[in-house]
Ligand binder design. Sequence first.
Ligand code: S3P
Length: 428
Amino acid sequence: MEYTVQPAKAVKGEMVVPGDKSISHRSIMLGSLAEGQTRVTGFLRGEDNLATLNAFRAMGIDITDDGTTLRISGKGLRGLSEPTDVLDCGNSGTSMRLMAGLLAGQSFFSVLTGDQYLRRRPMKRVIEPLARMGGTIFGRSGGDRAPLAIVGRPLAGISHHSAVASAQVKSALMLAGLYAEGETTITEPHLSRDHSERMFRYFGADVASFTGGVTVRGGRELQGRDIIVPGDISSAAFFIVAALIVPGSELLIRGVGVNPTRTGILDILTAMGGDIQLLDCRDLSGEPVADILVRASRLRGVEIGGDVVPRAIDEFPVICVAAALADGQTTLRDAHELRVKETDRITAMAKNLCRAGVAIAETPDGMVIEGAGRIDGCRAESFGDHRIAMSMLVAGLAASGEVTVDDVECIGTSFPDFIPLLQKVANS
Ligand code: S3P
């Protein structure tokens, strides 16, 4: 299905965005491994998170959903049972990589697969350190591609330095670490999102964060907890950029998670001249939350690189749109990871923005965008990637003509109500 966006007169009003995808995944996983009940409100019912939910149901965990609250009847660290079929992670890299870690230390066999996009993504980054812990995991392409077959084994803790700042790698090893003998320590070049560290602590795991890494000590049981999932800043990002780039806009987004490991988007857009205010900062189940007020702003090009990159890793497609509408050049460096997301997001955005008349050049680890304050109407491709589709729909609000995006079904992986919400706040 394709969808067409017309240029908007303004983006106005108040809204909430759906729950955080990363926290929603982790709430199912830790809730299932804990003793007793975990209640989750604000859970994101997108396809990625439902893949995780279904996998834990398939491993014998009772999870009910009354439409408001999920109730997970945790069975403790050793309570999962062998699934009778392959576990399908759909498009979700987080489901696959994190579950690879936690399944490596079980006493049963399991197989993880995913859709055509996920089966192309690199898995060695988790499989290799898990093998050093004693994990036995087989995959295609010498163990680098799913499907993955996991023969559960007793694990031993290791120290691992990840070459990439990746919360998925870190979290996979932390989950394996719950089952390992001794300590599991993971260090990374820059701090990636720390939702696992926070939630492990919240559930009572033996975990210690230090500058540059985290240590988990295995064996301690987790206790079921109540979790309120904040709004996903990665979903809010599309609306933040929309309100900045459409003149005359003013938008209040309530209840958004503003964990400092996720707010790179706010730092980058503020450096570009964006008028963004955080109001009513508070804490929900160990995570910082705020309301975000955004007003249309004249943006300027900036240089982006270094430790802000992992803090904004999912937001670069929509940052490209802001950069195209800014005055002057924006340079992105140190973002090679974008090439191994749901699609190659550097190439995908370069192709789409080029069609919209933007001067944009790819580099191996980023891109250079010549902001000219203007985007033309165009036909854009989603490349099966939810964030590419949503970014180009946002571009359409500020373009000089309509923007049509093909194959927008993929938006359902993270933000099923994106289009109706966009229609609600964008005045044509
Ligand atoms: C995620 C980590 C990030 C991010 C993804 C969600 C997580 O991936 O891009 O959308 O929940 O841990 P990497 O760890 O590969 O950077």
